[in-house]
Design a protein around this ligand. Structure first.
Ligand code: HAM
Length: 418
């Protein structure tokens, strides 16, 4: 029989690797709590129309990458390719703006895009992201970028490039679009098939096309920053000045447009340069989308957000030393002491320690081998210790022995664990 395997581009995350994921997600949650963001957990499946309307019809995601299917009730559903649209839907559906003028949400979870799999690019991947509604900026924009850079630094990911741009709003966009189409039209027959099709529907997309011939033409395209109206320019100036005041390094990248249609004004992307990251070096992308909530049927509500790819962050993060699967491994000197071992484990776990034992009745040597592989400390339970009501704790890194009463053992173990 043919072996069953994961779907192409989708990965199992198993121990011990999952422990790194856990640490990363915990660090992200801590940062989010420090900044006053609460967790949103929207469903993974949404009506297809939500993504088409918010991400944009003429984008790679909507045209080529969504996992869309018809359910048994003949509804068109899609596995979410990102989190922003789902959060906006939830924000509207639950009338959140009536409760709080400024709402701050974060999320962590799997996203689905049928892209060509490569290192750092998968068809199921995890994002940690956040969305902030109700503040038009520019201070929250700068604060968000600074928060992400600080978070990356805490993870040990320091070698990054922060790219910022502004796409302006309403009128700026219309004027830039006109200039861009006028620039691109003479090259129309040299553009990729996708870009030719998008030239008049969605010319901004030509600027972030991955096709080499498009990229070459995009090099000479007009600079959007030269088209910003006064308010848009002041907004962007203040984002930059605040970042500078915070000491957060960034580069202004007028050609940065990002592959989703909903962005307005501030746009950013953070790319990694170190670790094991290869070509897929975009660690984080985000920006302002002041039009989306209205577009989806709500009141005009400014919003900004970002998302980071967790697989890519893990590739960029420095290797950590494996601290072991549990704190203590408990060993029975003879198989007849296994009942005692179960009781010792139970008491130590009740004190909050993580504890394991090999209860199959193997030799002392084989139990020691497992202890060495799985924990920094071992407890060997023998007749003598049981009689005296004590536990012998062995530090496996330096072989030192320590004795404690059963009641005193948890404190001593904690001390040895540092
Ligand atoms: P995005 O740039 O499409 O933005 O994705 C954000 C991040 O998700 C990327 O920088 C990358 O780290 C990761 N990522 C994207 N696609 C893949 C993939 N196929 N495999 C692995 N990682 C991937 C968004 O999704 C927006 N929703 C961000 C946002 C939130 N904008 C405003 N609010």
């Amino acid at each position: 029989m043919k072996k069953l395997r994961t779907v192409k581009g989708m990965n199992d995350i198993l121990p011990p690797e999952s422990a790194r994921w856990h640490r990363l997600e915990r660090a992200f949650r801590t940062t989010m709590r420090r900044h006053g963001f609460g967790e949103a957990r929207p469903p993974i499946v949404e009506p297809t129309a939500l993504f088409v309307r918010s991400i944009g019809e003429a984008t790679d995601i909507v045209e080529k990458e969504m996992y869309t299917f018809t359910d048994r009730g003949e509804k068109s559903l899609t596995l979410r390719p990102e989190g922003t649209a789902s959060c906006a839907r939830a924000y509207l559906q639950h009338n959140v703006q009536a409760i709080e003028p400024v709402t701050k949400w974060f999320y962590v979870g799997p996203m689905y895009r049928r892209e060509r799999p490569a290192k750092g690019r998968y068809r199921q991947f995890y994002q940690a992201g956040a969305e902030l509604y109700g503040d038009p900026g520019p201070y929250v924009d700068a604060e968000m970028i600074d928060m992400i850079v600080s978070f990356l630094r805490e993870l040990g990911v320091e070698d990054v490039e922060v790219m910022v741009n502004s796409l302006g709003s309403g009128e700026t966009r219309a004027r830039f679009r006109e200039a861009l189409v006028a620039y691109l039209e003479p090259f129309a027959d040299q553009l990729s098939a996708d870009s030719q099709r998008r030239l008049h529907v969605n010319p901004l997309r030509v600027l972030d096309s991955k096709a080499p011939q498009d990229q070459e033409i995009a090099e000479g395209a007009p600079n959007i920053l030269e088209y910003l109206g006064d308010e848009d320019r002041e907004h962007f100036d203040e984002v930059r000045a605040t970042l500078t005041a915070l000491g957060t390094p960034f580069v202004v990248s007028p050609r940065l447009v990002r592959g989703l249609d909903y962005y307005t004004r501030t746009l950013f992307e953070i790319r990694g340069r170190g670790g094991e990251l290869g070509a897929q070096n975009a660690l984080c992308g985000g920006g302002r989308y002041d039009g989306m909530i209205e577009e989806l049927g709500g009141k005009k509500t400014p919003a900004i957000g970002f998302a980071m790819g967790l697989e890519r962050l893990l590739l960029a993060m420095p290797e950590e030393e494996d601290a072991g699967r549990v704190d203590v491994f408990v060993i029975a000197r003879s198989p007849s002491l296994r009942r005692e071992v179960v009781s010792v484990c139970r008491d130590l776990r009740a004190s909050g320690l993580s504890v394991d034992a090999d209860l199959r009745g193997g030799s002392l040597k084989s139990q020691m081998r497992r202890a060495n592989k799985n924990a920094p400390l071992a407890i060997i339970v023998g007749e003598d210790e049981v009689e005296r009501g004590v536990l012998q704790i062995k530090n496996l890194s330096d072989s030192s022995q320590h004795e404690a009463t059963r009641a005193g053992a948890p404190a001593l173990i904690r001390e040895l664990l540092g």
